[in-house]
Design a protein around this ligand. Sequence first.
Ligand SMILES: Nc1nc2c(c(=O)[nH]1)N[C@H]1C(S)=C(S)[C@@H](COP(=O)(O)OP(=O)(O)OC[C@H]3O[C@@H](n4cnc5c(=O)[nH]c(N)nc54)[C@H](O)[C@@H]3O)O[C@H]1N2
Ligand SMILES: Nc1nc2c(c(=O)[nH]1)N[C@H]1C(S)=C(S)[C@@H](COP(=O)(O)OP(=O)(O)OC[C@H]3O[C@@H](n4cnc5c(=O)[nH]c(N)nc54)[C@H](O)[C@@H]3O)O[C@H]1N2
Ligand code: SF4
Ligand SMILES: [Mo]
Length: 893
Amino acid sequence: MNIHAPEQPAPPTRTTCPYCGVGCGVLAQPDRMGGATIAGDPDHPSNFGRLCSKGSALGETLSLEGRLLHPAIDGARASWTDALDATAEGFRRVLDEHGPGAIAVYLSGQLLTEDYYAANKLFKGFLGSANVDTNSRLCMSSSVAGHKRAFGSDTVPGTYRDLETADLLVLVGSNAAWCHPVLYQRMLAAKVARGAKIVVIDPRRTATAEEADLHLPIEAGFDSALFCGLLVALAERGALNDGFIDSHTSNFTAALDRAREIAPDVAATAAACGLNPTDVETFFDLFAATERVVTLYSQGVNQSAQGSDKVNAIVNVHLATGRIGREGMGPFSLTGQPNAMGGREVGGLSNQLAAHMGFDVESIEKVRRFWDAPRMARAEGLKAVDMFDAVERGEIRALWVMGTNPAVSLPRADAARAAMRNLEHFVVSENVASNDTLGAGAKIRLPAAAWGEKDGTVTNSERRISRQRAFLALPGQARPDWWIVTQVASRLGFAEAFDWRTPGEVFREHAALSAFENNGGRDFDIGALADLDTRDYDKLEPIQWPAKTGAARKETRFFAKGGFFTPDRRARFVAVEPITPAATPTRTFPYRLNTGRIRDQWHTMTRTGRSPRLASHIIEPFIEIHPADAAREGLVDGGFAKVSSSHGEAVLRVRVEPGARQGALFAPIHWTTETSSDGRVGALVHAFVDPQSGQPDAKATPAAVAPVAFARQGFALARGALGEPPAQMWWAKAAAPKGAGLLFACDDAPALETLLPGLERDDEIVDFVDPARKSYRAAIFRDGVLEACLFVGAGRQENAWTHLRTRLGQPLSEGQIRSLLLAGRPSDGAASGPLVCACHGVPKGVIEGAVRSGCADATAVGAATRAGTNCGSCLPEIRRMLASMRALEPALA
Ligand SMILES: Nc1nc2c(c(=O)[nH]1)N[C@H]1C(S)=C(S)[C@@H](COP(=O)(O)OP(=O)(O)OC[C@H]3O[C@@H](n4cnc5c(=O)[nH]c(N)nc54)[C@H](O)[C@@H]3O)O[C@H]1N2
Ligand SMILES: Nc1nc2c(c(=O)[nH]1)N[C@H]1C(S)=C(S)[C@@H](COP(=O)(O)OP(=O)(O)OC[C@H]3O[C@@H](n4cnc5c(=O)[nH]c(N)nc54)[C@H](O)[C@@H]3O)O[C@H]1N2
Ligand code: SF4
Ligand SMILES: [Mo]
């Protein structure tokens, strides 16, 4: 034995990314200091080794700073025993005094299936309340409603492979380039390899649209008219599959008649949707002529006053052409969260019971017997928006929030936040010690295990169940969510029904319920997994459902030969309603405010907000507006605007964007009270919901914009803590390597000590004042390295920010300091503009330089600068820069 052989590192843990519904496999190699090295799992069928910018940066989100590490009651640290007693006692009291209608639990598609199953079982089977809803209501519920109307079940028929074997990909209301990046890269690879065409339907010219063969900048809300027009066009061109319609569907004539009323021809369709008729015709031709079509849809479809109708209008054209469940074909709902699908499987929505069963008498009885449940909920509970309205009215008095941040993400978020303050009993299970929901008066705080610490399963967009595995020890007092539920259940007298000791035991019960008296009547059947032993569960490979007992494990699709889950086994065409927008713009609120996501942040930023790498692409809350609208409103690119609706207001950085639709505004959803002064966009969003699904219309709130002027702008950076920004200041926080950053705008120059309270007497302050330009620049050195800095001037200090945020903790030469302080930019011309490639830290200026020096495509730019060569999330932006530079400077073309 060679005693000098280096110690073999343990093999990495195979787990799954905790962000989007693509469900990428991750290899995590703990570094034994609480962190881990992250890589894509080459053997995982979702990503085959790739990760996007968010997945690649997971290692930067693992620190325990800011974590909730012990239970607390009324702000004071408490033991688990006391916190669990108090949680149970509060629910018991409200239940006894006011009945099951007064209690609720609000869950999340970011919980694991096992957590979800436990909470659903407790409330629906043992406390008699179906007030169990989830942030998936805001996310997937229109797809669920649409699927159930058409298929009789909530089934996604296809697989990811279909996206690679299709000849036409239609993306409706999906910015997959930013929101499902790895899957989008798979689509693009197929486009290159096989010449597949991509059509993007989105009011904005998104990064996804940039790569498309055809972009239809539809007026928000009108997708069902477009797909009605398509159905009519297919009928007129003889492109229907009569055999499929006759053998496997019902209600076709009614749906076609209705479509004819809504969108009789191309001209009428184009007019209704605000589109160019030639483009509409091109799309219809392509669709009619291509057998292998997948139509993918996401929040531009779901989050709409007609969300379910949009889904059914899309499903209708696939049923009418028989393009469903066969290789390279089908409607495909892209799920948002890592376990959006798993939440639907357990029945986490208030209008579902469990395991794809609803509240019909037979299902209630079945589930009651399976659970041996003493107090079954007998009717659907309240959906998210109604649930929080009931909290506002004082009808719901006890609420448990688990794994979601409703004070930010609900529509009318300020009202929702205020409503939570009225709760008699308010429990929040969280990873972080501080967020807007905890701040809304949570009385009991329960520290939940986070990604990397918890174990269980998630299901991705293609129905594939993957294990999330722990690779870090539970920190402090943190415990898995499912365990917390079992402890509360046992205090309420249900120890026996919740006596699981491992997540594997919960999973087995869930799998058994899916097969219980199923007999092929329900799509969701994973009976084959009901008797996995602990070892099998730990080793479980990604597997698609259905996985029936005795059936071979293989890739699965649904409905190629009919077999729908309706009583007559036929799919139902839905005659969609004529479109009436939830609210039309008025004189006071003349724009439609659309809200959504950016590439490098995840929702309310509790995790991605910690990563310096992810805080380099887009770093401030912004409002995107068309140049003509900006000119009319007196807004300039890089300036500020107050955006208001009848529910609230925000102040946002202006991005004048030629790719925006006129009359439409777009703002990202990510900034909160924790991360910004004025960026809580959810406060503006109206609470109209789709009548079928109850999903809020988050994409079209009537809104107004007006310019806001600040005399000064700037930033502060510090290795230690930053100070509390003054009340009048506009600010946004951004993580920095080895420190923290604050971008701000204000009228009165802030004092150095206000923003940088950690300065010490021996610190060396090098500063520069230029009263004429309202500028003050200071760099603070401690032991020869950059400790902090403050830059204030009349305009944005972009170059200095990009340069200095990576220099904290490093020495700077005198020349560098001088040019930074005098000119606001580094002397070597390095680092210019915002980072485009987060993986390799390549700023915009470097890419522009590469294009000027002859790089003609993204591959050449990658070879010259490394930009875009890792995760590929920035490739759309690089191609866009190439195109716009060539347009502006024809010599480059
Ligand atoms: N980077 C990142 N990725 C994410 C997330 C994240 O927070 N950050 N979140 C995940 C989650 S939970 C979800 S649900 C998904 C969401 O993924 P997406 O749905 O792709 O993202 P959004 O930005 O919400 O909206 C998509 C697009 O819908 C368009 N749209 C708005 N109204 C309409 C309309 O009426 N018709 C049409 N056709 N389009 C419209 C918007 O302009 C927007 O570009 O992303 C997942 N992935
Ligand atoms: N205006 C507007 N509003 C929207 C949307 C929109 O497009 N526009 N999109 C909607 C959609 S699609 C979604 S999915 C929602 C997302 O909105 P939210 O779910 O509210 O956002 P997150 O930031 O993901 O919140 C997750 C919270 O759970 C915590 N957490 C993470 N993991 C765990 C865990 O394992 N256990 C526990 N107990 N806690 C955990 C995190 O720290 C964080 O505070 O927003 C919705 N709201
Ligand atoms: S695409 Fe990105 S965010 Fe989504 S699962 Fe994969 S690595 Fe995670
Ligand atoms: Mo979502």
